[in-house]
Ligand binder design. Structure first.
Ligand SMILES: Cc1ncc(C[n+]2csc(CCOP(=O)(O)OP(=O)(O)O)c2C)c(N)n1
Ligand SMILES: [Mg+2]
Length: 350
């Protein structure tokens, strides 16, 4: 008689593994809140456009990765967190995350231009900014590294029982890094309060998500660790905030981590030095025309009668002035003193 297949013998019925995740619904907003979402998205857009200009003028050196197109993601998610209680960590495409942490645009822009008044005293630049005061833990250049660190932040929240949640952002490309899955395992095993956010902007440098990912439905990437996932329209600020409401209920309720895949799009190249030859102009234009998060929010605000054209123009005017002020500050502020070369540097043996 043939032996029973070891695989078959080991096969067991899988018990119902997941608690029911509440179905995410589009956030029900009000006038003041919707206008604030609009204001924040516009601030990020105009800030990034200005950063692009300053880079072109040679005032920003090194790497500079713009967030234009993805504004609804950080705006929707971070509108729901509690400053001083929750924490945020991301990769190098980080300017929008900082502005959505309510960090002063002046000190962010001054960091981009390498000035002493910058948030990392002019020594970090675009990719390496940090502010414990605002719960912002970087700003990381190693793809995927922030996922393990964000899991550590979640561990700290749980250990200290401070009720905080760690928002851990990473890209579709980073989603293929090994340390992400080691982190998923620990986060679920220890039921850590982490919201893993994949900003799926469709590309990792010049590689499209479908070309690099065997499972391109990235919200499913936590399944074998029993981490529930949601796929969200990351171009719709109310859809993002709606998903965040469900995610926060889950995580603050002690049920462990959750994974949000934000379907979004970056309009500019990977960094300022990328001519973006791997995609057509038509593809980018179609996104801008149909899915722009700011244009769509604007149209929705007008349709609901939450504001008229004049009121929205006034918001634009204020933001333009705020960004111009940040740029002037960043251009005029002094550079760090030469002696600063020797501070914040680890010199011990280890
Ligand atoms: C460990 C590591 N590998 C490679 C790189 C080079 N690199 C920088 S950004 C990037 C693409 C990452 O794409 P994604 O995670 O989708 O983020 P996005 O740039 O789209 O925001 C790569 C490969 C790096 N910085 N770190
Ligand atoms: Mg990407």
């Amino acid at each position: 008689m043939p032996k029973a297949s070891p695989v078959k013998a080991a096969t067991k019925a899988i018990p119902d593994r997941f608690d029911a995740l509440p179905e995410p619904v589009r956030h029900e907003t009000n006038v003041a809140e919707y206008l604030e979402f609009y204001r924040m998205m516009l601030l990020i857009r105009r800030f990034e456009e200005k950063a692009g200009q300053l880079y072109g003028m040679g005032l920003i050196g090194g790497f500079c990765h713009l967030y234009i197109g993805q504004e609804a993601v950080v705006t929707g998610l971070q509108s729901a967190i509690q400053p001083g209680r929750d924490s945020v960590i991301t990769g190098y495409r980080d300017h929008g995350h900082m502005l959505a942490c309510h960090i002063d645009p002046k000190v962010v822009m001054a960091e981009l231009t390498g000035r002493a008044a910058g948030i990392s005293r002019g020594k970090g630049g675009s990719m390496h900014m940090f502010s414990v005061e605002h719960g912002f833990y970087g700003g990381h250049g190693i793809v995927g590294a922030q996922v393990s660190l964000g899991t550590g932040l979640g561990f700290a929240h749980k250990y200290k029982a401070d009720g905080g949640v760690a928002l851990t952002y990473f890209g579709d490309g980073a989603a293929n890094q090994g340390q992400v899955y080691e982190s998923f395992n620990m986060a679920e095993l220890w039921k850590l309060p982490v919201i893993f956010i994949i900003e799926n902007n469709q590309y990792a440098m010049g590689t499209s998500v479908n070309r690099a990912s065997a499972e391109d439905q990235l919200y499913r990437r936590g399944e074998s660790f029993r981490i529930e996932g949601m796929q969200v329209d990351g171009m719709d600020v109310l859809a993002v905030r709606g998903a965040m409401n469900s995610a926060l209920e889950w995580v603050r309720g002690g049920k462990g981590p959750i994974l949000l895949e934000m379907k979004t799009y970056r309009y500019r190249g990977h960094s300022m030095s990328d001519p973006a030859k791997y995609r057509s102009r038509d593809e980018v234009q179609a996104m801008r025309d149909k899915s722009d998060p700011i244009d769509n929010a604007r149209a929705d605000i007008l349709k609901r009668g939450f504001a008229d054209e004049t009121a929205l123009k006034e918001i634009e005017k204020v933001i333009r002035a705020q960004v111009a002020e940040a740029a002037d500050f960043a251009e005029q502020a002094p550079e760090p003193d030469l002696a600063e070369l020797y501070t914040d540097v680890l010199v011990e043996r280890y």
